[in-house]
Design a protein around this ligand. Structure first.
Ligand SMILES: [Zn+2]
Ligand SMILES: [Zn+2]
Length: 462
């Protein structure tokens, strides 16, 4: 029987532990053992939004504040230019006729208005840890990390029951929750979108948002697979966080932006036998075919027949009575998809390529529900403007299970390292999605391409 596995005695280990605990206690008050020297008032460049309207986001040099507590300083390698930030970055109003998003409504009295604050936009990216606050445990200086779009504290009710996409920290990103991390030359305090930013040479965040990823993967490809959109698309299909897609299932993906195209890939990785990709933009349908879709549909061409077309495509010769058929007793043609991932969402601006049939995103959401097989699963991921109406009896007894969540239900610490392995193994194709790559200086022009959908998505390297 092996009594000792190291060269140290039990008493020696205890002594060492006591010494480490003492150092840790001192670290809470002063500096931790892994806290390197931080250049005081270190200067860095950041895209900062302030005020209203076009031109609200400018590249500025700012001075870093000291970090503390659970804060982590990350040197940005790259970040994705997410469509959901188009309005905030470019100062573009949503399409006329659509109700204003909640973020544009007046805040409750006594709270500050996000638009009046100087805010580094973006929500996440990849980079290298340069410094950690004395309470940080999850990462060390030098680690390559993903700064995740969603946090995972690991100890709240949601994290503990396996729904870290709903982590308690997620709701602490309002204007009054943000903490200044830098100052402009005139003394204006600088904050970050969602405590993370990304459109800057540095990110300061709390360890709840940081995932160590231990990889040497190429920067742009890594930034793509670690982006909020790819994590959500893979989360919906390959994380099993919300719904587990069994091998040989049929899957429909409604909307083929970077999130939907990641879901197409996740469905392929999960072993789906039929993957129907739906998008009005021809070039996006072509990408979908390249990354795993078996069929593509244009909602503008299909019109009212879109749902019926999906049912038709998910039929098979065995769809008859007594033979394992899936359609309802032969009375309704077609089966419907076992799993549908909805990834369309509301337009923030009218696209310069083919526009979809409904700028509010509501019609694609309703169709996504109705194209599910009886007993199928719908996973929704997008933001729409307005309320959804569904046939009551289908909703009530049609057997469709609706899965809703942040980031496709992905659990950052569990799933992001797995998604990185999918890139490294060649299962996930980042290059097909990162169709625009720019440096920090080219950010605005690249964001316009994202806004007008003339590119699939853009990666900014810092
Ligand atoms: Zn995003
Ligand atoms: Zn949590």
């Amino acid at each position: 029987m092996a009594k000792k596995t190291t060269g140290m005695t039990r008493r020696g280990l205890l002594k060492k532990g006591a010494a480490a605990a003492a150092a840790g206690a001192a670290g809470l008050l002063t500096a931790s053992a892994q806290d390197p020297a931080i250049v005081p008032r270190r200067k860095f460049r950041a895209w900062i939004s302030q005020g209203d309207g076009a031109g609200r986001t400018k590249l500025r040099e700012v001075a870093l504040r000291p970090i503390s507590g659970r804060q982590v300083l990350v040197r940005t390698e790259a970040t994705n230019l997410c469509y959901s930030n188009v309005g905030a970055v470019l100062g573009i109003q949503p399409n006329a006729g659509a109700p204003a998003p909640a973020s544009a409504l007046a805040p409750p009295p006594g709270t500050r208005r996000m638009n009046d604050m100087a805010v580094i936009q973006g929500h996440g990216g990849i980079g290298i840890v340069e410094a950690v606050g004395p309470e940080v445990r999850r990462v060390s200086v030098g680690d390559r990390v993903c700064v995740s779009g969603t946090p995972q504290c690991g100890s709240c009710y949601h994290c503990l029951r396996g729904r870290s996409d709903m982590c308690q920290f997620l709701s602490a990103i309002g204007a009054d929750d943000l903490v200044a991390i830098a100052d402009m030359s005139d003394g204006t305090p600088v904050y970050e979108n969602s405590h993370i930013g990304g459109l800057a040479e540095l990110m300061v965040t709390n360890e709840e948002w940081v995932v160590p990823i231990f990889t040497k993967a190429a920067t742009v490809e890594l930034a793509m697979v670690c982006s909020c959109v790819s994590v959500a698309g893979l989360g919906a299909t390959a994380s099993q966080g919300l719904a587990a897609i069994p091998t040989a299932s049929s899957v429909a993906v409604v909307g083929c932006g970077p999130l939907g195209l990641s879901a197409v890939q996740g469905a392929r990785i999960a072993g789906a036998s039929k993957i129907i990709a739906i998008d009005p933009i021809r070039s996006r349908r072509e990408v979908a075919s390249r990354v795993g879709a078996t069929d593509v549909l244009d909602p503008n061409v299909e019109g009212q027949n879109l749902v019926a077309r999906v049912r038709e495509l998910t039929s098979w010769p065995g769809d008859r009575l007594w033979s394992g058929g899936r359609n309802p007793g032969g009375r309704r043609p077609g089966a419907g998809a076992d799993f549908v991932v909805e990834a369309a969402g509301a337009e923030q601006v009218r696209p310069k390529l083919e526009a979809g049939p409904d700028p509010t995103g509501i019609l694609p959401m309703q169709q996504a529900y109705q194209m599910c097989a009886l007993g199928g699963h719908l996973i929704t991921t997008s933001l729409v403007r307005g309320n959804i109406t569904l046939p009551g009896n289908l909703f009530s007894i049609g057997g469709v299970t609706h899965h809703a969540g942040q980031a496709g239900g992905a659990s950052p610490m569990r799933d992001i390292p797995r998604f990185v392995r999918m890139l490294e193994s060649g299962q996930f194709d980042s290059k097909a999605l990162a169709t625009t790559v720019v440096s920090l200086d080219g950010m605005i022009e690249a964001y316009e391409q994202v806004a007008y959908r003339t590119t699939v998505t853009a990666i900014m390297t810092a």
